[in-house]
Design a protein around this ligand. Structure first.
Ligand code: PAF
Length: 280
């Protein structure tokens, strides 16, 4: 099992030890635990690119609204450590809430640009909480590279923006989405799905692939997005927050497919909100 440290001071001491070897490259994989194959693929990717890999496990209260699932978010440290043992991760940073948000904590990081719209329209608190905790994790570990899954594509762009804007000397890379055999993107929240909901959830990626191919064959983008929403409701989703085809780099709205684009969607099945995206 990888060793676990719970304080920023201990994390820094370990990293400082590794940095005595000036050529050592250090990677960080931030997670909220409840690890699945998607997370493990990020750890393996970091292990291939760097000499030492830190995995952080912290369920960040600041990115959950009061009505969201912070309390029931799955937590199983022993299971996470056993999974990480198979990846040769070097260190786990698992701080408590008081370590990350000490008494009197009064700082927040807001990123405009790529955080506008999409997730923010439905979870207005989300990117402020993510940006603040990720900035803290990056500053605490000061890795050479940090990796974030492309399933949270808008989050990845927000984190890239914040890293450039704050002048952090850290390369941010995206890790490919890992999917179940029916194409459902792996997510810790898939554990909430009842069997009938799980069957419906597996259709999200299929609908999005259909929407992407309609867009590629020249259908107008707003009509294609609307057709995607209808298809998701017909597939059994209770509600659809968005189906959007956007510029892949800025997430701005686009009229035509002249530049690399991304199709992104969020929809609810039962009480579980799922997101997914594909390159177009
Ligand atoms: O994607 C996640 O698991 C979280 O949003 C992150 C990046 C670890 C920040 O809490």
């Amino acid at each position: 099992m990888p060793p676990v440290v719970e304080t920023i001071a201990d994390l820094r001491a370990r990293v400082a030890g590794w940095r005595k070897d000036e050529s050592a490259r250090i990677g960080l994989v931030p997670t909220m635990g409840a690890l699945h194959e998607g997370h493990l693929s990020l750890v393996r990717e970091m292990k291939a690119r760097t000499d030492r890999v830190v995995v952080s496990i912290f369920v960040n209260p600041a990115q959950f609204a009061p009505h969201e699932d912070f309390d029931r978010y799955p937590r199983n440290m022993e299971d996470d450590l056993a999974k990480l043992a198979t990846t040769r991760a070097d260190l786990v940073f698992a701080p408590g809430v008081a370590e990350m948000y000490p008494h009197g904590f009064a700082t927040g990081i807001e990123v405009a640009g790529p955080s506008a719209g999409l997730e923010t329209d439905f979870r207005p608190h989300f990117f402020g909480g993510v940006a603040t905790v990720v900035a803290k994790l990056l500053i605490a570990a000061l890795p050479d590279i940090a990796i974030f899954g492309e399933k949270d594509y808008q989050q990845l762009l927000v984190i890239r923006r914040l890293t450039v804007d704050l002048g952090l000397p850290i390369e941010i890379i995206g890790g490919a989405i890992v999917r179940e055999p029916d194409g459902l993107a792996m997510s810790s929240r898939n554990a909430y799905l009842k069997p009938d909901e799980r069957r419906i959830a597996g259709k999200l990626n299929l609908v999005l692939k259909g929407v992407a191919s309609r867009a590629r064959s020249g259908h107008a983008i707003p009509a294609t997005e609307a057709a995607g929403k209808t298809a998701l409701l017909e597939a059994g989703f209770n509600s659809v927050d968005y189906v959007a085809i956007r510029d892949a780099e800025t997430l701005e709205k686009i009229e035509t497919l002249f530049r690399p684009a991304r199709i992104l969607a969020a929809a609810k099945v039962g009480a579980t909100r799922l997101i997914d995206n594909f390159a177009v």
